[in-house]
Design a protein around this ligand. Structure first.
Ligand code: NDP
Ligand SMILES: Nc1nc2c(c(=O)[nH]1)N=C([C@H](O)[C@@H](O)CO)CN2
Length: 211
């Protein structure tokens, strides 16, 4: 089933939620992938860029998680999932996508808040990709500059992408009932020190201890 939606307004978000409720009596999971990647520029209205990034990366997940919460519940311990797609830039900031990075940081924080609100029936986690795929319009200079930032010098879809081990959302969904309120960098492509998975403090909302 596919439901078309436009999350550029709160009304569009609520309309989508209503259509989901018309079609579904329960949900196994929600993946918040919808996104825009707007840069600040001399020709772009800063208010428009900021509002658009907050609308898609904060308003949509925030309003949909509340509107559809009850459909995720009632299936047993740790049987519901929400996954937020954030961005490795949450850790580093961005001088060219300031509003984008700030909105993803808000989404990252909401991962922890919704984890506290919905555990232990529903696990809430984030995946923080770095460079995943180039856009069709990315020119060679941009591609090379982006690859130069990475240790592995690859982007998915390239001739060596068989080696890129993306973290499949299913790995967060079913296989780890103890995983909640955490984010997992998918940053093999970006120069960084070895990353330990980030996790909340000792008062993690999950009831299980990580195996
Ligand atoms: N690609 C990359 O290198 C990286 C991606 N990420 C994150 O990973 C996720 C997936 O990335 P990617 O596939 O490149 O993302 P895209 O830029 O392709 O956008 C993902 C989807 O969002 C949808 N969307 C955009 N605006 C709206 C809207 N107003 N209402 C409803 N849907 C909307 C688009 O639908 P439609 O096509 O119908 O417009 C698109 O299919 C994103 O959250 C992104 O921020 C993070 C780091 C790197
Ligand atoms: N919604 C999107 N977010 C991001 C994209 C994209 O195409 N759509 N692309 C990136 C870049 O690949 C960046 O990670 C490397 O320059 C980031 N976010």
């Amino acid at each position: 089933m596919c439901i078309q939606a436009d999350f550029s307004t709160d009304e569009g978000i609520y309309t989508f939620a209503d259509k989901v409720r018309e079609q579904c009596t329960s949900l196994r999971g929600i993946l918040h992938n919808a996104s825009g990647w707007l840069a600040e520029s001399p020709t772009a209205s800063l208010s428009h860029v900021l509002n658009a990034m907050l609308q898609i990366h904060v308003h949509a997940p925030y309003l949909l998680n509340h509107a559809l919460e009850d459909l995720l519940r009632g299936h047993g311990h740790a049987e519901g999932d929400i996954i937020h797609f954030t961005d490795y830039v949450v850790e580093r900031g961005s001088d060219k996508h300031i509003a984008y990075a700030a909105s993803k940081a808000a989404l990252d924080n909401m991962t922890r808040s919704f984890a506290r609100k919905l555990a232990p029936e529903v696990k809430v986690n984030a995946i923080a990709p770095a460079l995943v795929l180039f856009n069709e319009h990315d020119d060679e200079a941009y591609r090379q500059k982006a690859l130069n930032k990475s240790l592995m010098k690859i982007a998915a879809g390239g001739e060596r992408d068989h080696r890129s081990r993306g973290l499949h959302p299913r790995q967060l969904l079913r296989d780890r009932p103890y995983l909640c309120g955490r984010w997992r960098p998918s940053a093999g492509l970006v120069k960084t020190a070895p990353q330990e998975n980030q996790q909340p403090g000792a008062d993690s909302p999950t009831r299980h201890r990580a195996g």
